[in-house]
Design a protein around this ligand. Structure first.
Ligand SMILES: [Zn+2]
Length: 475
């Protein structure tokens, strides 16, 4: 056995014996002084992620990749980014291609040893049957002997408590979220929850904290800032519930105790940033509560010259004032291309940065907690955006974050940015606060994407936050 092989075996042994390891790729210095990245010795997922995205299969040999880590990934993803992104976009309406660009197999096999997809989906909401299937999935999803030990978020589908609306394959509404949060709070009293503000149509902007609120590190996750992309609010609720379940059960994830990880890092969630817009997309004008909001929508439809009201409302992106909340942050806001100069169902950036309650409360929360990382969940395209022209140490940290997301999801990393495609939350967190941040575009097709995509979205995203908790262990 040569020296490199020995090191790989040693790392594999450490992983299998449960030592809490940091990151997917650990660098070691071999006898000849070469810095070598060991790509997750216990599996092929991370390695195939690099191969699939870069197309540079010759760069990976066996379980070991000799890479000038960050630089190589950056260069090769640059070169292939457009192609990969287009490939995923041209498969609109199906998920068929996703296995080709990512570490996970196609939907039919991506749950691997788990029967979770079929069980948690159609049977969800059926009470006892669902509870039983939840227990089953915990057992079958877990390849380890100990049912509370998980090797990673790739082969293993992480635990998810049963009996909630977010388990269902169905339109996930604001009221579903409120109900789920109420039950979660009762079952997991360690969860912290409050309301950051009230929207124009009288809905609450919920804020949840999982983990020690006084932790050294913090992550901020938000979802549902674009109305027609509401499925990611359901995804975000699954992330909250899964972490709570693992915290309560004392789950061991990749050799690390989840309760201990959550002592070191807490996660702030705003699972539904635009509940008014989401309610409009899902239920039409009649679902709105106030006369003012209904009048506002009809006025905006007039500005937009809407004719087919069904399609128009179904593809509404903005808040109820007709502002695109993700064009309403103070990052090149003046330069951001104004596609329309009136309140609209999409694209209008508002009268000033943070002119809207939803964007202001998110910015206020971010300034108050100053998280180490932020994640913005959107649909669609299976792309990760992380860059907004930053240089220096930020760049490595930002790309590292994007790479962790990529290693789980298989979504392509985009390195592009533009001065005029600006004023998004991630752009602002990066440019003004220097916080490594990603926008994750989940799913494929056109928004709203089909509700069935929640299952593959979950299996592609369930390990991201646990992996980030590990990544922040030694920072
Ligand atoms: Zn979006």
């Amino acid at each position: 056995m040569d020296k490199k092989s020995y090191i790989i075996v040693a790392v594999a042994a450490l992983l299998s014996t449960g030592l809490c390891m940091k990151g997917y790729a650990d660098t070691v210095t071999t006898g000849d002084g070469t810095v070598t990245a060991i790509v997750e010795a216990s599996g092929t997922a991370a390695e195939s992620a690099i191969v699939d995205t870069t197309g540079a299969s010759q760069a990976v040999s066996g379980t070991e990749a000799v890479v000038n880590e960050v630089q190589t990934v950056m260069e090769t993803t640059n070169a292939n980014e457009t192609e990969t992104t287009q490939a995923s976009l041209t498969t609109a309406g199906t998920e068929a291609a996703q296995g080709e660009i990512g570490p996970k197999a196609s939907p039919s096999t991506e749950t691997g040893t788990a029967s979770t997809t079929s069980e948690v989906g159609p049977m969800a909401g059926t009470g006892a049957a669902q509870a039983a299937s939840g227990a089953d999935s915990t057992m079958t999803a877990n390849s380890a002997a100990d049912s509370n030990v998980y090797a990673d978020g790739l082969g293993d589908t992480l635990p998810l408590p049963a009996g909630f609306h977010f388990n269902n394959i169905a339109t996930y509404t604001y009221q579903n979220m409120v109900d789920d949060l109420t039950v979660l709070k009762a079952q997991f009293p360690e969860m912290q929850m409050d309301v950051l503000g009230t929207t124009a149509d009288n809905r609450s902007l919920y804020h949840v904290v999982v983990g020690n609120p006084n932790a050294k590190h913090k992550i901020l996750v938000h979802a549902g800032i674009h109305a027609r992309e509401y499925i990611v609010s359901q995804l975000c609720m699954r992330e909250i519930a899964s972490l709570l379940e693992m915290q309560q059960k004392g789950t061991v994830y990749r050799g690390c105790s989840v309760p201990e990880l959550l002592q070191n890092t807490c996660i702030h969630f705003v699972p539904m940033v635009d509940p008014d817009g989401i309610t409009l997309v899902q239920g039409g004008i009649d679902a709105l509560q106030t006369v003012a909001a209904k009048t506002s929508v009809l006025t905006i439809a007039g500005f937009d010259g809407a004719t087919d009201m069904g399609t128009y409302l179904r593809t509404w992106k903005n808040n109820i004032n007709g502002v695109n909340l993700n064009r309403n942050f103070d990052a090149n806001w003046s330069e951001a291309a104004a596609k329309v100069d009136h309140p609209s169902s999409m694209n209008y950036k508002g009268t000033a940065p943070e002119s809207e309650i939803e964007s202001k409360m998110l910015a206020d929360l971010t300034r108050a907690i100053m998280p180490d990382r932020t994640i913005s969940y959107h649909t669609q395209g299976k792309v990760i955006y992380w860059y907004f022209g930053e240089t220096g140490t930020y760049k490595n940290e930002g790309l590292n974050l994007a790479t962790i997301v990529h290693n789980n999801s298989g979504y392509a990393i985009s390195n592009s940015w533009s001065q005029t495609d600006a004023a998004g939350y991630k752009d602002w967190a990066v440019q003004k606060l220097d916080i490594p941040s990603v926008t994750i575009e989940c799913g494929i097709g056109t928004s709203p994407v089909p509700e069935e995509q929640i299952e593959s979205m979950w299996t592609r995203n369930d390990g991201i936050l646990p992996d980030l908790l590990i990544d922040l262990l030694n920072k």
